[in-house]
Design a protein around this ligand. Structure first.
Ligand code: PLP
Length: 474
């Protein structure tokens, strides 16, 4: 045990050193290597004979050395950023205790925490009689939202299948691609997932939704589900829930909100208006592993009415697993599509306990302020062009040469080259997207530690990279 402790202490020291590195201005976001080179640097052979715990340390070191520092203040690539100490602590305890979430008996503390967490999220959304479950990601939560919708509109499908019904679901053209996966998996077919037009800000156009629903009815199809988005992946747009809810109510459709990215605005007195009307919807996706900074994966599906998830998902396992005992009301397994389910509740709990709801409110408000700062910076920089008016913490822009004479294809190529240069040099990690035919840089502000100076460093590096790429004719 003493040796174990020494090795674990060594590992903890390495992890802390790694995390401290995120703060150092000279630390690269990534020590970038091509796959061929990296394979040579890592020893990827598995041994016949096991090794000692201490002998695992070099592997831990290389893992830390070559992994992308998502916690760096120059990482703007994805809709999450880094980790935090309460989350790491929770993951250590969860892994040490290693259990599964199907019954209260085997996961008593985690079950009660998960129920309490879901109650708190439900209350923020406005579901007073709601329930929820932690699932394996926002994509999965969207799938479950769609399944609940199918169960409401066509409950017999659970037993008999879709029969002659041609179910149709509606999302905006800016919605996350997971809805397509859900439509595929549920057997409704990708062609029956209608992508409703969005406006200049990227919000679903309610009138277009109404027309699309009428069209499906006239084709003798069965509309059943509308998926609105709170915080779209690229532009950060919030669909208008009240206007969409009025339509779904009129046609008797299930209304799901994908709040994987934008849901935490509900913590903020200043910004929660973006999700006005959330209490009217039927189900809701909330990713705590995005803007709330809980380590991946930590996603919730929330439903307005208790019992919904169990009705839609249950089936099997009662003879050997769910014993219908006196604690049945606490057995979450039948609400899930999984059998074994990891404990995600502890990391969520410890993070929320550590930051508090007020802390989350401050983080959200501060990121919005930084988004304004970044927007103004872009507006005032002759080399940068804002592509869409930011509504959230997604800032979409592109680099332009001074007195730009290039056509759009050449500007696209230039921006792709800039991004690659920033990543390969380790100066910054940022993503790009195509919108209205143009390649643009998508700057995501998800790191609650970000300061204005980090943004200044990022823009300076990006403009410098742009000038170099221009000069070298990339
Ligand atoms: C709006 C939106 N919904 C759903 C998802 C999928 O979430 P996850 O990665 O947790 O599956 C994403 C991912 O970025 C997203 O942006």
């Amino acid at each position: 045990m003493k040796d174990t402790q020494t090795t674990l202490n060594q590992a903890v020291a390495l992890i802390l050193e790694y995390l401290e590195g995120n703060w150092h201005p000279d630390t690269k976001v990534v020590n970038y290597q091509t796959p061929d080179v990296l394979q040579e640097k890592l020893d990827l052979t598995l041994p016949e004979e096991g090794v000692t715990l201490e002998e695992l340390i070099p592997t831990v070191k290389s893992y830390l050395n070559y992994s992308v520092r998502t916690g760096s203040t120059q990482f703007f690539n994805l809709l999450f950023s880094g980790s935090n100490i309460p989350g790491i602590l929770a993951e250590m305890v969860t892994t040490a205790t290693n259990t599964t979430m199907h019954t209260y008996d085997v996961a008593p503390v985690a079950t009660l925490m998960e129920i309490a967490l879901m109650k708190n999220l439900s209350s923020l959304v406005g579901f007073e009689q709601g329930e929820g479950l932690l699932v394996t990601g926002g994509s999965n939560a969207n799938l479950l939202g769609m399944l609940c919708g199918r169960h409401k509109v066509l409950p017999e499908a659970k037993l008999k299948g879709l029969g002659h019904h041609r179910l149709v679901a509606f999302v905006s053209e800016q919605a996350h691609y997971s809805y397509g996966k859900a439509a595929n998996l549920m057997g409704i077919g990708l062609e029956n997932l209608v992508k409703v037009n969005s406006d200049a800000e990227g919000k679903m156009i309610p009138k277009a939704l109404d027309i699309a629903i009428q069209q499906s009815v006239s084709e003798r199809k069965t509309p059943f589900f509308v998926g609105a988005t709170a915080g779209t992946t690229v532009l950060g747009a919030f669909d208008s829930v009240p206007e969409i809810a009025e339509i779904t109510r009129r046609y008797g459709l299930w209304l799901h909100v994908d709040g994987a990215w934008g849901a935490p605005v509900l913590f903020s007195a200043k910004h929660k208006h973006l999700l006005a009307g959330s209490e009217f919807v039927d189900s809701f996706t909330w990713d705590a592993h995005k803007l709330m900074g809980v380590p991946l994966i930590c996603s919730a599906i929330l439903v307005k009415n208790r019992g919904t998830l169990q009705k839609a998902c249950s089936g099997g396992g009662t003879d050997y697993l769910f014993h219908n005992d006196e604690h049945n009301a606490y057995n979450l397994g039948q609400m899930s599509l999984q059998c074994g389910r990891k404990v995600d509740a502890l990391k969520f709990w410890l993070c929320w306990q550590y930051y508090g709801s007020k802390g989350y409110e401050q983080q959200i408000d501060s990121l919005f302020e930084l988004a304004n700062y970044a927007t103004e910076y872009i507006r005032s920089c002759e080399h940068l062009e804002l592509i869409a008016e930011p509504q959230f913490v997604n800032i979409c822009f592109r680099y332009l040469p001074q007195g730009n004479q290039l056509d759009d294809t050449a500007v696209d190529k230039l921006n792709l080259a800039i991004r690659k240069r920033l990543i390969h040099s380790g100066e910054a990690f940022v993503n790009y997207a195509r919108y209205q035919g143009k390649i643009m840089i998508r700057l995501i502000l998800a790191n609650s530690e970000l300061q204005k100076t980090d943004l200044e460093i990022f823009f300076t590096n990006l403009v410098n990279a742009g000038k170099i790429c221009e000069a070298t004719g990339v």
